[in-house]
Design a protein around this ligand. Structure first.
Ligand SMILES: Cc1cc2nc3c(=O)[nH]c(=O)nc-3n(C[C@H](O)[C@H](O)[C@H](O)COP(=O)(O)OP(=O)(O)OC[C@H]3O[C@@H](n4cnc5c(N)ncnc54)[C@H](O)[C@@H]3O)c2cc1C
Length: 387
């Protein structure tokens, strides 16, 4: 079984948390209540502030202030008695039991976990990095969108402001609706919001009733939706597609699927074909008993189709915590099984939201009330300081 139960009590072992996603926030919360005996914790983060993506559309709509989406990792770590290293982890080296970080000395570990999230696919297409606003890193998106909205509110140009949102998943839909709601409320400029995606229909994998509600609500608000529009590249103000003519834009939002950071491939760890690290149902990395990985950055060998969505990272948090404790004590680990269905809630930006669960869909102000309640109560657990 292994573990650390046999180590002398006087020798502190190192638990290192790489990244500060939804699962690690819960680990820090738990460590604050009950440290792991004999272990000192370190958290390595590329930014001291983590952003809760579930509330980003609400921020775009003007419903939340930026500080309401932020988790202050050093404050959370302090409560947990954990050291914070603010640096990008560039390699995990299990054979030397260390995490290599940019511009800092490597951080040794006895037990480690990665929860670094994902980046956006397609950034290497010509012009996308230069002319599109990608949704990752999400902190940059929040900052850049705020800048655009402020410029637009102040400007005196009266021509139509054109927004093109690329991506037919939940993020693309929410950002198209919430940006439309915000801009139509706060500027007098005529507005054209277009949501384009490469599939035949929006939100594949979700109930068809939800897609119908999206089309109906989009038509009501003048949001144009175009399917089967695969982007091949962008120039300043113009985005081009495999089929159909180009579209002109003032803001191009890039909300296509998740892609892995290169960290795991660079570390020589086992990955799936997309570079996400492969994990067992215990959340341990394949072949590495003292290294765990959770959230978007990992693919479960037994459930490779699990969507890259925050809800899974949230549910993995308590299992990860129990398994870290079990591994530290030399006890048996439990298995995580992803839920087959989850409650989807899409903020439309005007006080209404759409939802789906168990094959059914619904909408209304009560759905937005529910989403707000769930998101705020999740965030309340981690907002330990008001800056
Ligand atoms: C606009 C938008 C809305 C969304 N809404 C929802 C929603 O309502 N519900 C839902 O389930 N999903 C939603 N998603 C998807 C969701 O954002 C991701 O699935 C989720 O954030 C993944 O969580 P995570 O815990 O794996 O990592 P993240 O929340 O991405 O956290 C990873 C953290 O690690 C840090 N990090 C990254 N690399 C390194 C490194 N090398 N070294 C150190 N630190 C690092 C990052 O800065 C970040 O703070 C949305 C996505 C977008 C873009």
């Amino acid at each position: 079984m292994g573990g650390f139960a046999g180590y002398p009590r006087t020798m502190a072992r190192d638990l290192v948390l790489v990244g500060s996603g939804h699962s690690h926030a819960q680990v820090l919360e738990s460590l604050a209540l009950e440290p792991i005996p004999g272990f000192r914790a370190t958290v390595i983060v590329d930014s001291p502030i983590a952003i809760y993506s579930g509330m980003v559309p609400g921020f775009v709509a003007g419903q939340y202030r930026v500080d309401e989406l932020e988790i202050d990792i050093p404050a959370l770590a302090e409560r947990a008695g954990a050291r914070v290293v603010v640096a990008r982890a560039t390699r995990i080296d299990p054979s030397h039991r260390q995490i290599v970080v940019a511009n800092e000395t490597p951080v040794p570990f006895d037990l480690a976990s990665a929860n670094i999230g994902s980046t956006v696919a397609g950034l290497d297409l010509p012009g996308i990095r230069d002319f599109a606003l990608p949704t990752r890193p999400i902190a940059n998106l929040v900052h850049l969108l705020q800048q655009r909205i402020t410029e637009l509110e102040k400007g005196d140009d009266r021509s139509t402001y054109r927004v093109v949102v690329v991506g037919g998943g939940a993020g693309g839909v929410e950002l198209a609706f919430t940006l439309q709601a915000r801009l139509s409320r706060e500027t007098d400029r005529p507005l054209l919001v277009q949501l384009v995606h490469s599939g035949k229909r929006l939100m594949t994998g979700y109930p068809s009733g939800l897609a119908r509600r999206i089309y109906r609500n989009a038509a009501r608000r003048g949001i144009r939706i175009e399917p089967e529009r695969r982007v091949v590249g962008a120039d300043e103000g113009i985005v081009r597609f495999q089929t159909g003519g180009p579209l002109a834009f003032d803001t191009l939002l890039w909300v296509v699927g998740a892609a892995s950071y290169s960290l795991f491939r660079d570390s020589g760890l086992p990955t799936d074909s997309s570079g996400f690290v492969r994990t067992r149902s215990t959340l341990q990395v394949e072949g590495e008993d003292d290294l765990f990985a959770v959230g978007d950055c990992a693919t479960l060998d037994e459930f490779p189709e699990t969507p890259k969505a925050g809800v899974y990272a949230v549910r993995q948090g308590p299992v990860l915590m129990r398994n870290l404790r079990a591994r530290a004590a030399g006890n048996a680990l439990e298995s995580y099984r992803p839920q087959s269905d989850f409650l989807t809630l899409l903020n439309l930006g005007d006080g209404n939201a759409l939802g789906a669960k168990w094959g059914r869909s619904f909408e209304g102000r009560w759905v937005m009330w529910l989403k707000d309640r769930i998101d705020r109560s999740f965030m309340r657990r981690f907002q330990v300081s008001v800056r």
